[in-house]
Design a protein around this ligand. Structure first.
Ligand SMILES: *Cc1c(COP(=O)(O)O)cnc(C)c1O
Length: 359
């Protein structure tokens, strides 16, 4: 029996997609072999690859002047590749430090460029995102890096900052669950494993004018311009994750595309926040309501012992992946695109029952 899987990543995927992949796995479309056994230069794989790329662009509504890249190394490799490729001598990168992931992006990128924190949420315990006027952009700044959703802290930008430099966005944990103001961005990236497929592929959208100016004094795999010129087939791409991402994107399109997915995300997360707000403090969310994530809902119970009992009861009710991040504790319910409303309803019912039994 399939569980309601609230894991923060890798995440739950649509059952239809898993079943389709299972049916095609041994003999792909009558070719007599699995897709993962055939040449990535074959016309069969090429069609899968180009279809996934086209869907990534259309589902997310990326304008024509952006290239789509499928890269290895996860979002983590992008932390380094961004300053390596984008910064020219004398330029600096600004970062909004809003929690664990943005802080990693800044630390890791600092090996490859002159980066600084344009805002650090430490003074507000990383409980909210900054407003535009709190962000301090210094001279010679090439870009402002933002993390649209902090997966561990459970906060998100409701509105992206409106600043004088282009934005670069880590969207790993709310990728293609929301529309974005493309005109403000030069680059958007994220690992697939939180909303879009299995681990093993990062999807980066980069503005073509940026590609023309990227650093060419880098090893081939580290160069955005090479990946773009070769449609992400400069070397052997991660064929299986790309194939799965294509299927998830087609599934998303069949659900009604981004507008439907986005409103479902708002609806699903509201169900849990309403349950928290209606609990008279039994469930406590540390997050500022204006920055509440639509993807990762974090909350605590009155004691650690009750956290544990709550998680055990969730397990008995066929729900998994609800334990909070190892340093944060409590509960974290990740409500990615493939989490059905029924899963969220089951969680909300558990919250009500557990409170009546234990308050
Ligand atoms: C998970 C995550 C990452 C790291 O992704 P990998 O693909 O594992 O490298 C980076 N940023 C955010 C916001 C994440 O949630």
């Amino acid at each position: 029996m399939r569980k309601f899987n609230f894991s923060a990543g890798p995440c739950t995927l649509p059952l239809e997609v898993l079943q389709e992949a299972q049916a095609e796995f041994v003999d792909f479309n009558g070719t007599g072999m699995s897709l993962i056994e055939m040449s990535h230069r074959s016309s069969t794989y090429d069609a899968v690859h180009m279809e996934a790329m086209a869907l990534a662009r259309s589902v997310f509504g990326a304008p024509d002047d952006f290239s789509v890249l499928f890269l290895g190394g996860g979002a983590t490799l992008q932390f380094a590749m961004i300053p390596m490729n984008v910064l020219r001598p004398g330029q600096r990168g600004a970062y909004v430090v809003s929690g664990e992931w943005s802080s990693k992006a800044l630390d890791d990128g600092s090996h490859h460029g002159d980066l600084y924190a344009a805002w650090d949420g430490k003074s507000v315990d990383y409980k909210r995102m900054p407003t535009t006027d709190e962000i301090e952009i210094g001279p010679n700044t090439r870009y402002l890096h933002v993390t649209s959703n902090e997966t561990i802290g459970g906060i998100r930008f409701n509105d992206f900052p409106l600043v004088d430099v282009p934005l670069i966005g880590d969207m790993s944990s709310d990728y293609m669950s929301r529309s974005i103001p493309w005109e403000r961005f030069d680059l958007v990236y994220g690992g697939a494993q939180k909303n879009l497929g299995p681990a093993g592929v990062d999807i980066t959208f980069v503005r073509n004018s940026v590609l023309e100016e990227t650093n060419q004094d880098l090893g081939a795999y580290l160069r955005y311009d090479i990946h773009a010129a070769k449609n992400s087939m400069y070397n052997t791409p991660p064929v299986f994750p790309i194939y799965m991402v294509g299927k998830v994107l087609a599934w998303m399109e069949a659900q009604g595309g981004l507008p439907v997915i986005e409103s479902l995300a708002a609806q699903k997360s509201s169900l849990v926040y309403e349950a928290i707000d209606a609990s008279d403090g039994f469930y406590f969310s540390p997050v500022d309501p204006a920055s509440r994530s639509h993807m990762n809902v974090v909350f605590r119970l009155p004691s650690e012992a009750l956290d544990g009992e709550f998680l055990a009861e969730a397990g008995r009710r066929n729900m998994s992946g609800l334990k909070g991040y190892r340093t944060a504790g409590g509960v974290r319910a990740s409500l990615y695109n493939a989490m059905p409303v029924e899963g969220v309803q089951a969680l909300v019912e558990l919250m009500a029952d557990f409170q009546s039994a234990n308050a």
